[in-house]
Design a protein around this ligand. Structure first.
Ligand SMILES: Cc1ncc(COP(=O)(O)O)c(C=O)c1O
Length: 407
């Protein structure tokens, strides 16, 4: 399924949005997180995959590999940690904590009773738990029925207390909110709801680091981007809003075309585009793409997406698995990549579109298109990854090592 967004704008980034999320604030977040030991040093790689571009009939494919952002294995290491830092700075202004000192655990004694809680599909919770452990505060994570045991163990390994419910993701969000009210804990969620926007804003703004690194690795301060299209996968819309807002502010009227891709069963952003307001998914919400299996659009994210995303589309689970396989295989000129279930929706979307020539032409996907994807996670559930691909992530990494020159 595919729709053109009639509300997409090519005006410069509006001041009304800039007052909520801006390059300046995103860059400050990046600076604060830069010395956190939970992140690997430096920018994540941006790879060009010339053989894949040739296969799909476009001029260039660029993939930003967030699997190596941190030992947590996903881009979510950029969101919850900075939101937690900003939350603590706001909650205890009189203490004059230093952001770097917070992440180094310097104030652990003062924060030993401070408790944060979140519902999660896995990656957000892992990021929050890891940051809470570094800072020295308490963390409770609510997991819905479909979060795998290996994802649960990965979160618990960072010292978080786990609460498991029988319902789905949206019910886990509600459960976390009621536990927070009952215990005087603070919810650190990556999705917004009425009256709750500051923390999800800080989470989304943390993702701006990815956009900043992409700009630095391509055109620097040039007025036009090195890519014509950005395919962004959507769960609640936070990743897409964080990236699109940064690139829109940077490039203004010259911004690239943004394409939103979601699992068919978890199509809340697609439905939002149809209705012209934040909406719920129409399907079962279950998807192999666990991070994208979200039933409700984040209203705050929607404020950014409604006027920046040009096209919305959905894909099937098996298309995502095929894209995982293609990236893992690599080729003579394409580096083999470990890309997890939620990381490849954009590539799967492009692979679908190039078969529908009319739609591709409408979107400007042709031999001149230069397409950017963000591979947002590695094998964050290694058992699931190996089962889907018939090959372990270690085996793919072995092939990657052999592919790299001089190794
Ligand atoms: C690996 C991965 N990619 C993409 C997303 C989508 O992010 P958002 O829910 O902010 O749209 C998620 C969300 O958990 C994720 O874990």
């Amino acid at each position: 399924m595919f729709i053109v967004n009639p509300k997409a704008s090519r005006q410069p980034y509006p001041p009304s949005l800039q007052s909520v999320m801006s390059i300046a604030q995103a860059n400050e977040s990046r600076q604060w997180l830069s010395r956190w030991s939970g992140l690997n040093a430096g920018a994540t790689p941006l790879y060009s995959l010339p053989d894949l571009a040739e296969e799909l009939g476009v001029a260039r494919i660029l993939v930003k590999d967030e699997s190596v952002r941190s030992q947590l294995g996903s881009f979510k290491a950029l969101g919850a940690p900075i939101a937690l830092v900003r939350l603590i700075l706001r909650t205890f202004p009189e203490q004059q904590f230093h952001p770097h000192g917070l992440l180094e655990g310097k104030y652990a004694d003062a924060l030993a009773d401070f408790t944060v809680i979140s519902a999660t599909d896995g990656n957000h919770g892992k990021g929050l738990a890891a940051a809470a452990q570094s800072i020295g505060c308490q963390c409770v994570i609510v997991l819905h029925a479909n979060v795998s045991v290996e994802r649960e163990q990965a979160i618990a390994a960072y010292g978080a207390r786990i609460v498991r419910i029988t319902g789905n993701y949206d019910e886990s969000v509600e459960h976390a909110a009621s536990l927070a009210t009952a215990n005087d804990w603070i919810v650190v969620s990556d999705t917004s709801y009425e009256g709750y926007e500051v923390i999800p804003r800080d989470v989304m703004q943390g993702y701006g680091t990815i956009a900043a690194e992409i700009i630095e690795a391509t055109t620097g301060n040039s007025a036009t981007p090195a890519f014509t299209h950005v395919f962004l996968q959507g769960g609640v819309g936070g990743l897409a809003a964080g990236i699109a807002s940064y690139l829109w502010e940077q490039y203004g009227e010259q911004r690239p075309t943004f394409v939103m891709v979601e699992p068919r069963q978890a199509d809340c952003l697609y439905q939002s585009a149809l209705l012209g307001k934040p909406a719920k998914a129409t399907g079962s919400v279950d998807s192999v793409m666990a991070g994208l299996a979200c039933g409700e659009t984040s209203p705050l994210a929607w404020r950014f997406l409604e006027s920046s995303v040009d096209f919305f589309m959905t894909i099937e689970d098996d298309e995502a698995v095929a894209a995982m396989r293609r990236l893992a295989a690599g080729s003579a000129r394409d580096i083999p990549l470990v890309a997890g279930e939620s990381s490849v929706a954009g590539l799967a979307g492009l692979a679908r579109l190039v078969k529908e020539t009319g739609v591709a032409a409408e979107m400007g996907i042709d031999a001149n298109a230069r397409v950017l994807f963000i591979s947002t996670e590695g094998a964050t559930a290694p058992g699931v990854y190996a089962e889907l691909l018939g090959e372990s992530d270690a085996s793919v990494l072995g092939r990657q090592k052999a592919w790299l020159p001089g190794v």
